[in-house]
Design a protein. Sequence first.
Lengths: 196, 1063, 192
Amino acid sequence: MLTSRSSQLKYGIIFGALVVVLAIVGLMAVFPTATNQGYAPEQPIPFSHRLHAGQYKMACLYCHSNAERSMHATVPSLNICMNCHSIVKGDSPYIQKMKKAFAEGKPIEWVRIHELPDFVYFPHKRHVAKGVACQTCHGPVQEMDRVYQYAPLTMGWCMECHRGETTPRNVLQNVYPQMKNPQGPVAPVNCNTCHY
Amino acid sequence: MNKNSGKDETSTFVPPRHWLGPEELEASYWADPQVAEKRSQEFYEKPVELIDAIDKTDTQGLARREFLTIMGASMAMATLSCARRPVHKIIPHVVRPEEVVPGVSSYYASTCKECSVGCGILTKNREGRPIKLEGNSEHPANRGALCAQGQASLLNLYDPDRLQAPYSKSKGQLSGTEISWETADAQIAQKLKASGRVRVLTGTVNSPSTQRLINEFLGGFKDGKHVVYDPLSLGEISDAQEASYGTNVTPKYYFDKAEFVVSFGADFLGNWLSPVEHSRDWGQGRRLDSKNPANAALRFSKLVVFESIFSVTGANADERYPVRPGDEYRLAMALAYELIVSKKLSRFASDSAVIAALQGYKPEVIAAEIGIEGGAEKIRALAEQLWRSRGKGLVVGGGISTRNSSAHALQVVVNLLNSALENEGVTVAGAGVFAQPGSTYAGLAALIEEMRAGRVDALIVHRTNPAFTTPRTATGLEEAMKKVSLVVSVADHADETSRFADYVLADHHYLENWGDGSAWHGVYSLQQPAIAPLYSTRAFEDTLIAWAKGAQLKVSSRLSGAADWHAYLMDCWNEIHQSEHIPSGFQQFWETCLRDGVYTAKANSSTKASARAFRSASVSALTKFAPAAENEMRLALYESIALGDGTSANNPWLQEFPDPISSITWDNYLNIGVAAAKRLGLAENDVVEIQSADVALQLPVHIQPGMHPASASVAIGYGRRSVGKVGNLAGVDVFPLVKAQGNELVYAGLPMALTKTGKFYKLAATQYHTASENRPIINDISLAQFIKNPGAVNETEPELKLKEIPTIFPRHDYKGYRWGMSIDLTQCFGCGACVIACQAENNIPVVGREQVRNSRQMHWIRIDRYFSGTPEKPEVVFQPMLCQHCENAPCETVCPVLATVHDDEGLNVQVYNRCVGTRYCQNNCPYKVRRFNFFDHWKSYEGSMNLAWNPDVTVRSRGIMEKCTFCVQRIRDAKDQAKDAGTLVEESSLKTACQQTCPTDAIVFGDINNPATKVSHRNDEQRTFRALEVLNTRPAVSYMTKVRNVERAETQEANEAKEGAHS
Amino acid sequence: MIGPQGNKKSLGGIIGYFDTPDELVTAMKDVRDARYERFDAFTPFPVHGLDAAQGLRRSPIPYITFIAGLTGGSLGFLLQYWTSAVDWPLIVAGKPFNSWPAFIPVTFELTILFAGLATAGAMLAFNGLPNHRRKAFDPGLTRDKFAIVIESPEVESKAPGRFKRFEESEVADFLRKLGAKDVAPVYHEAWF
């Protein structure tokens, strides 16, 4: 033998450690960190934003009207869908499924995609009022057939905008006139801005 | 800082000026090494004692082994499972109601029905359910404030032990078989049809419409009668009013117009008649302005209290005299004697009937037998003072703790005094009255007699629980009920009385029901449902309507034609609409009233009332003088601020609410004075057996400074046998001690024999969990001192108020909003409404008796109660203590992960998700206001109780520190609305939960960067100081020294000169 | 060369054992002057004068320690300063953002940490550790024996002119002449 037992042991340990390191790195690369970015679950009704918001150019706030009134943007209630679909495309099986649910008084149980933990309070109303476009955070929804989570929605990602690093220009124009400290962040960065 | 730390053994012991308990006045206490060790610990209880508690599995904490296995398992699972979160659904409405925006609160006006007053409230609704109650500022009685019981009544709605469906059973059994409403109606209606003699037994009905409905329902029977039994109702007042003035009403009291108030046992700030209204009014008379101190001499009221218990009103008295239970009457008579017979003042001086009735009640005799400090001189001085402020004074009396055979006579002499002093018509008026007169036991006694004689065919019980609130065996209630063929109980819990019913029908909670209320004649408030009924419950009124139809009773057309209770109510209000000649149509009137919550008639009783003529014939009711019994121990029963008569004993917020005087939670206890305890050899937490008549009970003892040596007291409402998991057997049921004397129930002056059992029961008191190490945290001065120098004491106590000390770094500049708070200790009377309001608003959990014993109660704001003076005659100062949001916060420096920092508006922020549970911040906080979640207390909110959480506030799990946030969610909301409108936040639109509910506006919150706000004005006052200012923490919360209306200026200065620098 | 076990072996060097440290030092001077390329001494305890006799330079480790310490300190301070005063200023207990007294503990700790780690690392590096190839071939060497070993170069010398060429017998004689009581060859394989 060229190598003795002790050297075998040595090589063995190095090799083993390398395998473990590779495994960890590999798994971390394959399984994303817990941001749910890219999450695109199947919905009970395959509602296509590309069709409604993209092709027909319906305003986001028409359906998600609570986004400018409340913390929660909310998924639209069935009566908003029925505004059009009581007449439009009645032959589609999905529309019929929706009409049946509406008649029975049962809501559609959508699968939630964008969800922040319980200790975070995100007010849609304030962001909409400042002129932040829906696409800034939710991505090109008007091109999505099936909605996926576009942004990581991590705190660091939020802070980048609040600090003025990735803030859209139109928002900066809204914000600058009133800012307490022009060199400072463009939006509040206190801990209790979101965590209370 | 503790000047008694033993450094200089030769110095004489000087007792601390403000003390928590009488033991602190003894030199031996401070010299005890065990005590020194205990006080040197940051927190009183050693965690070692908890190991046993942890190892037992209970719902609130995990056993240690369990915890480790779960930790291990979850770690393994976390590494094995995929990284995505579990699938969550998001479910919108089918048709969203226009006014329901998820995430936005809507407010509905309603009426609180927790007690019999009927204060107007606003329910804050989120997604179709109420999460917070607030006082309705439009309602003339409470004007925006709400008491602790009212705030807690929200949780009763979500009580998982509520009855959820009607059931039928046999008498004597607790449970039965569930039946449907239709079946119940059919069976009961059939039986009612065959009944001629029907009795409806209810608690106080303060709803004119409900009263009318009951009357009309009973009109359909041959012999129908409505009997009211409410142990807390003061029927003796209205009976005496009838005798003295000819009107059977409960009068309206104007404490804001009274400059001199004498109370004979009436706890008007606590729970006598309408406490929120009274305390609001009383607070008006105690306002001070440092810029015009002399004005205070003209306007600042004075309160003198004679009582046998230690009540909140007594704690706020300028002069308080402990008496024996039942002595209040004798004192009132002595006062009347002094005024009318000795001094020959008032128009009764020539009234022979009155003079004859007063004979024998000489002040010297009475004062001597009771032991009044100052003796007869005091009574004479009192009479003089009352006469000087005639027309602007007020004499009140009564309450459960005075209820004995002289209760009626006490009220008559109070009427006599008020008439003699020309207060009648000014500070007390018969025109402004409660909607209903009070009730006494007489009604129930007659009913029991009827039932026993078999003269009742059907009994319907609603909102009253006589099987618990009367001495069961003595009254013979249970046997009597067994003789009634049909007994129906319409209740929200399976209580003690429903045990003897045939049918138990589940009642709505008041937040699920329509109705109305009337705080006084001419004020009508509406009650509307804030939530669809959670269970298969039905309103009592709807039940009566259903039976009227089902039994085909011959009733009025309004009742027989009513579709349901809602329609009936609208019909009743239509009459108001007609009688008031309101120009708009009824529908508009109705909707306006629903929106406002209250309608005040043009001719209502706040308008000027004229003095009624006193009927001298009523003095014949006054008991003749007889020498008092010897000074043996006598017992008084009283209602606690938390539980009242025990109806809400299953409410954990109320059970854990620390009593303002004793700070004890979860139990009732026997209050005994310091001298009596020494004489009997009793110590705190000893268990004694008391025997009164032929009833023996065991109770833990609480040494209460300020009790008469021959007086003991204990609270009713505890020890219920069937109310739910929380309330069952919490405390001891003392109703069996009540003496039934014919038509009367005697609660006060019960003779008592006391024997020690040698047992020990640790009462869960919260006051002794923190100690300020004799640092000057609080102070009080007399009115004379204030007038001479509004900054008195703040300047003379060098360590109370900090002069400028140099800082080693410059202070941060807080531009924009800067939030601060000011608490006026003269206005704070210790009711504790702020404690429950904060608990409701901020999702503060309940921890249970065991954890309270371990000092782990979670209240973010607590009312610290300090005594001063002697243990026999103490004075009380209340100090609400909450997170001071210090500018130089000691807690922020020591957090290793910066979970607590300051925001740029002056708030000390606690970031729950960042906190790792080091607890160094709690250690470092000098005010000890930080609360740590040792367990997952939120898990104890089972089932429907989870609906009570406020969604705007994070629910904290185990291992997280929490504390007052100045209601940051409300600040956020107010700023949101201001930004929408493009303005700055207005003072009126932003109130913290504690500020919002305070009846006297003791707490004021606002922007201290804005010199125009109320809080800025208060901070400029000379009376203002900051707690523990010497530590240079720079709190954002300031306090204003309590001012008492006592003649003490000379002794005050003398004391200060003697003590020199006070530590 | 065939070693005792019959395999082919290559010579690592010649080792000479001395009895006393003084003899060792004296001999070392001559070995140094003889200008062999690789030689070393083995002693059970540090011997005064041996470093000079061997011609060892002063270790550069202190400079490394100093530089590493400075790095650590400035890194620590800069980290705290940047996070507290530049990147995300948070008001903590009213202290200014650049509250240098509060930064002292971390700065100190990082100074010590970097300096300590660098010192240990540099020491290992300069000693060629971990060295899997060189092993103790004689257990008595660091126990109770004093020895000088002159090694035969494994690779071609970088500056062949500067050093005296290694000749096995010459070196052995040389060592015996210098006073070595025992002279033995050391094989590369034996170093394992």
